[in-house]
Design a protein around this ligand. Sequence first.
Ligand code: NAP
Length: 258
Amino acid sequence: MAEKVALVTGAGSGIGRAAALKLAEDGFAVGVLGHTPEENHETAKAIRENGGTALELVADVTSDDELQAAFDTLSAEHGRLDVVVANAGINGVWAPIDELAPDEFDKTITVNLRGTFLTIRAAVPHLKRAGGGSIVVISSINGTRTFTSPGATAYSATKAAQLAIVQQLAAELGQHRIRINAICPGTIDTEIDDNTDIRHPEKSGVRAEWPNGSVPLTDGKPGTSVQVANVIAFLASNQSDHITGSPIWVDGGQSLLR
Ligand code: NAP
């Protein structure tokens, strides 16, 4: 039986992979969940090579049955669950509102919002059984502080809704000693471009002049997945044991400019 157990969704690449590796380094047995088995395997392999414990869990976060089965498998293997990182997400289609097709809107909502809801819903009974725990939701600067990314209507809606869920549930889950917080990254160098389709940004971009540069702290350089993972690890740990219902922007100040 592991002493502490975490599950990370979308753990096959980018922020999720970095979070899985960091949590394993911090002593968690980690459920590496994603819908692409090869990607899960690569992350799990890296954890094991570092001396950590990983369980590969294939599930699509839009499927309640697949998620429930994955949480049950992890729980059966390690006997408990302490931390959940609801990270899986896509940029989807970013387009002017009158060019954004309803099924494109639905796809982003389904993966990012329904996926987050189903992940938390499946996690809570296990966290209650463990006597409490920590849920970390990966939102974004888009939809929380930034509303000027051309065509990002569907994406921003999901990221705003994730923060609403975090604040709503912080109160509801407090009695079970379950904390829930959001991380709102700015531009982070990951593989998310593979799940991004930006159409006609010139039509939906805001005609305004921003201050020079886009990330004050780094002269415009994007952040890294490891920088986000370090904050995830903080929210997963007892170091943050009086923090719940809070967003943390990890963006080098990017969202304060636009
Ligand atoms: P990423 O490298 O593309 O990682 C996303 C992961 O989620 C991938 O492993 C992907 O698997 C998985 N995934 C996608 N749809 C899934 C589904 N239906 N079921 C299960 N897994 C699924 O992107 P990332 O940048 O690390 O993004 C992680 C989170 O950070 C997202 O919620 C994103 O909105 C947020 N975020 C990112 C940035 C940024 O600049 N990168 C900024 C703010 C917020 P496949 O690759 O196999 O599809």
